[in-house]
Design a protein around this ligand. Structure first.
Ligand SMILES: Cc1cc2nc3c(=O)[nH]c(=O)nc-3n(C[C@H](O)[C@H](O)[C@H](O)COP(=O)(O)OP(=O)(O)OC[C@H]3O[C@@H](n4cnc5c(N)ncnc54)[C@H](O)[C@@H]3O)c2cc1C
Length: 375
């Protein structure tokens, strides 16, 4: 039986591998994931401008697995029996001693007509199709919006939608065809992006006004139809709609016997341990963690959670008390293709740096630095 099993091969899972090996853990490590790659989501925002390809964003992990002595099992997790300490997959069952769940979240695709929208968070092909459609349009209306999980308002991912909106505004200007497009931002809240702080919301709305982006705020979503966004406050004609629904937890979690949060995520305690389950931990988008209501679902915090989770997991294996908590921290560069605005938030303060070329290049440099360690 492999002593430690990790589910997923993305930010949280791979950080956990690194931290485990760094802390001197030398026993077998089994990682189960659907694909042996890291897909670098944050740079999807540069695909419409042709600055990134699928190959740039997909990092094969064979070398990393060899370097860190990870046994990889290609499989899709379908369930879990926490008492029998068994992970169920489409490729058989796997027993574990300690488990880290880092298999991410899902998007709630329940709004009627959602098939008429492009989801900027699923796969490269969605964004490539969006890009091809945008390139084919000679003019029209482009709509951008996001919502949250009604049962867990923190389960929202708005940052990338702002980035696509501002990036496409910049791109159309660079192409000399911005005047042929109407850009509309819609959101059920009157202050979208609240997790970034009031100051950031004001700055984002001011940037939309400067860029000539129309807003449709404060109206509950009804759904979509061909060429339309439907809200309780009226319809928006749209030739191309990008929409990020609210998030929920892994599908298999529903039948896992693990405690779930109101929004369907795996409920963790302050040590990233699944509430009430010894040696079962969760990190990243798969979980809900105690903390302030602005705690984001972000790669950065997934890394911090993974780090705390494995330290506690090792403590537990050595029969020591759990003591490691992750820092409540939001770090976000809202990029607009040639500039970036920095939002920083922790338990004490919110900081905002206005858009600058330097922050755009900082995001590019971070991408290079981050991906390099997995090559
Ligand atoms: C366009 C875009 C831009 C973003 N920008 C930023 C940013 O600038 N900064 C930032 O910090 N965050 C950003 N994010 C958010 C960030 O990408 C996520 O928060 C992060 O990917 C979460 O990491 P994770 O490890 O928890 O899960 P995920 O990245 O969702 O990974 C889940 C892993 O589990 C695997 N998996 C899933 N289901 C199963 C299953 N049933 N069986 C086996 N394996 C499974 C997947 O293949 C994957 O390897 C952005 C996201 C998007 C889409």
């Amino acid at each position: 039986m492999p002593p430690i099993v990790i589910l997923g091969s993305s930010f949280a899972a791979l950080t956990a591998v690194k931290k485990l090996r760094k802390s001197g853990y030398t026993d077998p490590l089994l990682l189960i994931a659907s694909r042996p790659v890291l897909f670098y989501y944050p740079s999807l925002i540069w695909v419409p401008a042709g600055k990134r390809t699928e190959q740039n964003l997909t990092i094969p992990l064979e070398n990393f697995f060899n370097r860190y002595k990870v046994t990889y099992q290609q499989a899709t997790v379908t369930g879990l029996d926490p008492l029998a300490r068994l992970v169920k997959t489409d490729n058989g069952e796997v027993t574990f001693d300690s488990l880290l769940i880092a298999s991410g979240g899902r998007f709630i695709k329940k709004l009627p007509g959602i098939e008429h929208t492009y989801l900027p968070c699923s796969s490269y092909s969605d964004i490539q199709t969006y890009t091809d459609r945008l390139n084919d349009l000679s003019g029209g209306t482009l709509a951008f919006g996001f919502t949250t999980n009604p049962n867990e308002p923190a389960a929202v991912r708005g940052g990338p939608v702002f980035e696509f909106l501002f990036g496409i505004d910049t791109l159309l200007r660079q192409q000399g065809r911005r005047n042929r497009f109407r850009l509309v931002f819609f959101n059920p809240s009157t202050s979208p992006g609240q997790r970034l702080g009031e100051q950031a919301v004001t700055a984002l709305l001011a940037q939309m006004a400067r860029c000539g982006v129309e807003t449709h705020l404060g109206h509950k979503m009804k759904g979509f139809a061909a060429g339309k966004v439907l809200t309780e406050g009226g319809e928006i004609e749209s030739d191309l709609t990008m929409f990020m629904p609210g998030m929920t937890g892994p599908a298999w979690a529903d039948v896992s016997g693990l405690p779930l949060s109101p929004g369907g995520f795996i409920q963790a305690n302050e040590y990233c341990q699944v509430d009430g389950f010894n040696q079962i931990y969760v990190a990243g988008d798969a979980g809900t963690f105690p903390g302030p209501d602005w705690l984001p679902k972000q790669a950065h915090i997934a890394d911090l959670q993974a780090s705390a989770a494995v330290k506690n997991l090792l403590c537990e294996r050595q029969k020591k008390p759990l003591k490691h908590r992750f820092k409540h921290e939001l770090v976000c560069i809202v990029d607009s293709l040639n500039k970036g605005m920095l939002v920083y938030r922790d338990d004490k303060r919110v900081r905002l740096l206005p858009p600058s070329h330097m922050l755009h290049w900082a995001k590019v440099a971070f991408e290079y630095w981050y991906i390099r360690s997995y090559r």
